[in-house]
Design a protein around this ligand. Structure first.
Ligand code: SIN
Length: 337
């Protein structure tokens, strides 16, 4: 008989490990259950893989950030280096799942699969979605047909490329989508239908060497725009940014003129400014920005503000400057003919 893949399940908190005081009450507390308790709720996993469980974080993902994802990535690095581990599944909160997946894709080099999953309903809810999502994540992690896709996200019967994952609904179980592409596979029961060839993210593993840096990643702030706003939201950061800023602009990169003027000054003074969009399915290219052609101002392509901030933070931590950083963002843009 063929031996089953050996998969390590890392618990990183979230609603999937959350519990509430009743099955119908909307409120609950995230990150209450350990990873091994999550596994015991999933019938049939023993037929898919040999599993080990470990709890890393016991909180909601609103309290996770780059230093936690670096710790998570280091643990994944250590586990995937082991000959007795074939892949890693991470249970995470949904609120920052897209950032965790993007971050992990930018730093993870080992070809062994890493699959993130989560849940929109706590473990104690009626029709909790966590057990099915965890089953599907283990199935995806065990599948040779999804090898080569780098970091993946599995929820609600879909397998998504990690870097493309976005959360689109505050409460619905069908909240996660892949943008700008689409899902790689669907899962029904124990069947996996793969309909796109898994490929690694544009900058997969590029920042692996930063995992062992002792210093924290530079904080890159995100400035929102709103109808009628002036330069004030950006001015709050003018003297306290960590070398770079992201602006969540209107549409395809437009800014109110007072904010555009201040952004020009900040860029001239050496702050790298990335223009993303407040629109959910964001696409900003250089020629659609108010600040088109301004040195030090970069279009985010398909990256939303939170993913842009992570990439910019890693680029600054690697010591990269304007044009080299622009070349990274270009990888996430449609290329002119
Ligand atoms: C969290 O992100 O930890 C809370 C929300 C969720 O997991 O759905």
């Amino acid at each position: 008989m063929e031996s089953k893949p050996r998969i390590w399940v890392l618990g990183a908190g979230g609603t999937i490990a959350g519990t509430g005081r009743s099955a119908t009450h909307a409120a609950y507390q995230s990150g209450q259950l350990a990873a091994d308790e999550l596994l015991t709720a999933v019938d049939g996993l023993e037929h898919v893989a040999e599993l080990q469980a470990e709890t890393l974080f016991s909180k909601g993902s609103e309290d996770l950030g780059p230093s936690d994802w670096r710790a998570l990535a280091l643990r994944i690095d250590a586990l995937t280096a082991r000959p007795d581990v074939d892949g890693v599944v991470v249970t995470h909160g949904t609120d920052t799942l897209e950032e965790a997946a993007f971050f992990l894709d930018l730093v993870h080099q080992n070809p062994k699969p890493v699959v993130l999953t989560a849940a929109m309903r706590p473990a104690t809810a009626l029709s909790a979605d966590g057990p099915a999502n965890l089953y599907q994540a283990v199935l995806a992690c065990a599948s040779p047909r999804l090898r080569g896709g780098g970091v993946l996200v599995t929820l609600n019967g879909l397998v998504l490329p990690g870097w493309q994952t976005i959360k689109t609904d505050s409460v619905a179980v069908e909240t996660f989508r892949a943008y700008p592409g689409g899902p790689l596979a669907r899962i029904v029961g124990n069947r996996l239908q793969v309909f796109a060839k898994p490929v690694r993210a544009p900058l997969a593993g590029t920042f692996h060497s930063l995992l062992n840096h002792a210093s924290p990643l530079p904080t890159v702030g995100i400035v929102p725009v709103y109808g009628g706003c002036n330069e004030k939201p950006l001015a709050l950061w003018q003297h306290s940014h960590g070398g770079g800023m992201v602006i969540a602009s209107f549409g395809a990169g437009t800014l109110p003129e007072p904010m555009a003027a201040l952004a020009r000054d900040m860029a001239a003074a050496g702050c790298v400014i990335v223009i993303s969009s407040r629109v959910r399915d964001a696409l900003v290219v250089p020629e659609t920005m108010t600040l088109q052609g301004v040195t030090g101002v970069i279009a985010a392509g398909y990256l939303n503000p939170q993913k842009s901030a992570l990439l910019l933070s890693l680029a600054l931590a690697a010591g990269l400057k304007g044009e080299a950083i622009a070349a990274l963002f270009e990888k996430f843009s449609c290329i002119p003919l």
